[in-house]
Design a protein around this ligand. Structure first.
Ligand SMILES: [Zn+2]
Length: 341
């Protein structure tokens, strides 16, 4: 059995990458001359940034492959302007591509999109196509709120998003619904904004009929589905009140939750409430919560440990660790098969 971590970010990118970002934002504030170009980063700098962090933890914790995307909180679609967002996304995705090139057995790429508040999402299609067709990526992170906590974009079920979904379906790639940093002081980025967005996206799917229009469209809602599994009765009841089909038919053929829930009782609940076919192993390391849980002595984000402990048969765990990811990401399955795995 392969252990596939569906949720990892390049949170340890070499410092020159962040310096480029700062130059970009300075340029956007008073744009004189040409836009800054991405910093030069050597293969050794990339190796150094990965080997002591994501790769080390992957090995220590017993995962085989990580679905790897740019640092989510740094996407910051609300900063700069559309061109800055496009150049930044390109630079971030190119770095992921280089990581995958150096460690093809350990990482596969998922892209950041050059979204910007108020800009049509079809402007992100070209970068999606570049990443899938030219860089060999297998999916994307779609930000439902490019405004960074002010929710100025229409709901995910709105026609606004349809051109992008058509391209996702054509390329047969899923999206992880993933917000970025928060510029709203009410919402802590990883503690509130992320979990709000996960929950919000799910409720939008209940209210709409998106998957009637796109029966093969697939989304991963990270962080264990936000508050959804814990409040599953509420959402089933709301679907009923809104005269929608039951959630299994209405939403759960197309929506998957990861296991980025950082304690055992949370994972126990997730596995008890949500069908095993809808759960993908994920850790989001090195990410939002980096410390050691004093109650267990292990890292909060060492999520494999919780699944190992789950009272669940081996065939079901195999689905969570490997088979569901291969099904949701067909291009991952093809890459792994090409490697004889
Ligand atoms: Zn994440």
């Amino acid at each position: 059995m392969l252990i596939i971590d569906c949720h990892g970010h390049y949170t340890t990118a070499p410092a020159p990458h962040q310096e480029f970002r700062e130059e970009q934002l300075a340029w956007a504030a008073s744009p004189t001359g040409a836009a800054p170009k991405p910093s030069l980063i050597s293969d050794d700098q990339i190796r150094e940034s990965i080997e002591g962090a994501q790769l080390k933890l992957q090995r220590e914790r017993g995962a085989d492959v990580t679905i790897f995307s740019p640092r989510a909180s740094a996407m910051a679609h609300h900063e700069g302007n559309e061109q800055v967002s496009r150049d930044w996304s390109r630079a971030c995705n190119d770095l992921i591509h280089r990581v995958v090139g150096l460690y093809p057995q350990n990482f596969v790429g998922v892209c950041q999109l050059p979204q910007f508040p108020g800009v049509p999402v079809q402007n992100s299609i070209a970068e999606l196509e570049r990443c899938i067709n030219e860089l060999g990526f297998i999916g994307c992170n779609l930000n439902p709120d490019p405004s960074g906590g002010h929710w100025t974009a229409p709901p995910l079920t709105d026609k606004h998003w349809y051109p992008f979904y058509e391209k996702m379906v054509e390329l047969d790639v899923p999206a992880m619904i993933h917000v970025s940093g928060s510029c709203n002081a009410c919402f802590h980025a990883t503690g509130a904004h992320y979990i709000n967005a996960d929950t919000t996206a799910f409720m939008q799917f209940i209210q709409g009929n998106l998957f009637k229009d796109f029966p093969t469209l697939r989304f991963i809602i990270p962080h264990g589905g936000g508050a959804v599994p814990y409040h599953w009765g509420r959402y089933r009841g709301l679907a009923d009140m809104l005269k929608k089909p039951n959630l299994r038919e209405h939403v759960m053929k197309n929506v998957f939750f990861d296991t980025c829930v950082y304690h055992q009782p949370g994972i126990d609940l997730l596995a008890r409430v949500i069908d095993v076919d809808n759960i993908l192993f994920g850790s989001e390391m090195v990410g939002a919560v980096r410390g050691i849980d004093p109650e267990t002595g292990f890292h909060f984000d060492d999520t494999k440990r919780y699944i190992d402990t789950l009272a669940m048969d081996a065939a079901s765990k195999h689905k969570i660790f490997e088979l569901n990811a291969r099904r949701v990401f067909p291009r991952l399955d093809a890459i792994l098969k090409g490697q004889g795995r």
